[in-house]
Ligand binder design. Structure first.
Ligand code: FA5
Length: 376
């Protein structure tokens, strides 16, 4: 029986040695020291012995039990300490480490260009105004010296708003009705031309010219940047784009003032080495009219025959001219006293011609491809 106790101790110690975690330790405790464990069995067996034998063996049993429990307690302390140290290592948190931030977005390059253009003109006293994006034919064409059915209108490839065509009756609560009411509220009564025609998605920002003159405050120095629409789509055209329209009405305004303004803008937006040139053109609402070119930023006009971007050192940006007397009259301005200049450029075109942009398809701006927009 005594050797059984010794064997028990040896077995226990051997197994205790291999234990490395709390789970195994608990299993070992149940197996050896639990109520139905090996020690309890030995004690039960010992209880069956004669009293004198029990007395002798009792001392041995106590000694084994004390030694085994002490070894167990020590192992338990060691295993706990090891497990706690491993957990501390594994679950360690550096509370001073910066958190992980969601990726921040940024303005679309067209929005940035609009803000920049607006800022550049504000520095020389041009105030930003707004004109409707959906407007009457009258403001988009007719008041701009383009009578109905004039072939020049075809150049604008206009979208007409269907429901409003020829009729002032719209279904209650529709978007058309809202636009219709907004436009009526914004429009002044027109003694010369009571019929404002159809509603159009403005194909250019020039609808702001007569609207601004109608406000009756002179001089005018305005910039209108807005969405515009045309039935076009190719590498240099998108169906929805932005234009910025400049209009200056004052006394003694010359083409020199126009050229100076455009050169100022070209240098401020594109860089100090860039210049503009005026090329004769024709618009019904300006006389004389010009196409505005800007010197090429890629070849700087030096190797223009080889340049993949420009034609002969110049890039075409937009139109401009001296405001036609008929347009001044439509706006209630006396052409004998006041005159002025106007210009209208595409924001996307202007942006794509900025050095470093290298945009060979303007439609990329509206593809919603984050790989593209994140570059800017
Ligand atoms: C006009 O729209 C005139 N209203 C400009 C003007 C204003 C002339 C004031 C005189 C006085 P044009 O159709 O050329 O002109 O358009 C002007 C610019 O708009 C173009 O040079 C181009 O930069 C831009 N543009 C025109 N159509 C598109 C399009 N579909 N996509 C992108 N940009 C366009």
């Amino acid at each position: 029986m005594q050797s059984k106790f010794q064997q028990f101790k040896t077995d226990f110690e051997a197994q205790l040695h291999t234990v490395a975690d709390r789970l195994k330790l608990e299993e070992l405790r149940t197996q050896f020291l639990g109520r139905k464990g090996k020690l309890a069995e030995l004690m039960k067996e010992m209880g069956l012995l004669a009293q004198d034998q029990r007395q002798v063996l009792g001392a041995v049993a106590n000694e084994v039990k004390t030694a085994v429990e002490a070894a167990f307690a020590q192992k338990e302390t060691t295993v706990r300490a090891q497990e706690d140290a491993a957990a501390a290592q594994r679950e360690w948190i550096d509370v001073t480490e910066p958190g992980s931030w969601p990726r921040a977005g940024h303005l679309h390059p067209v929005s940035t260009a609009i803000a920049e253009i607006s800022d550049i003109f504000s520095r020389i006293g041009f105030s930003r105004v707004r004109a409707p994006e959906v407007d009457w034919d009258y403001y988009a064409f007719e008041s701009l010296n383009m009578p109905k059915d004039h072939p020049a209108r075809d150049d604008w490839e206009t979208f007409f708003v269907k429901q409003a065509a020829g009729s002032r009756q719209q279904a209650a609560g529709t978007e058309d009705e809202r636009i219709h009411h907004e436009l009526q509220a914004a429009s002044r009564p027109l003694p010369a031309s009571p019929d404002m025609g159809r509603l159009v998605l403005t194909p250019h920002t020039s609808n702001s010219q007569v609207r601004e003159m109608e406000k009756g405050k002179l001089p005018i120095r305005m910039i209108n940047i807005n969405r515009t629409y045309r039935r076009q789509s190719d590498v240099t055209h998108v169906p929805m784009f932005h234009q910025f329209e400049g209009l200056l009405i004052d006394k003694d305004v010359t083409i020199g003032n126009l050229k100076g303004t455009l050169d100022y803008f070209a240098k401020a937006y594109f860089g100090p080495s860039r210049v503009t040139r005026l090329r004769p053109h024709h618009f019904r609402f300006t006389e004389p009219s010009f196409e505005i070119d800007i010197s090429c930023g890629l070849c700087e006009g030096k190797d223009s025959a080889m340049c993949r971007l420009c034609k002969a050192g110049w890039l075409e940006l937009g139109g401009a001219g001296m405001v036609h007397p008929n347009v001044l009259k439509a706006g209630g301005v006396d052409p004998k006293v006041h005159g002025g200049f106007a210009f209208g450029w595409g924001v996307e075109r202007t942006l794509s011609m900025k050095s470093g942009m290298n945009l060979d398809d303007i439609r990329l701006l509206y593809k919603n491809d984050l790989r593209f927009v994140r570059q800017f």
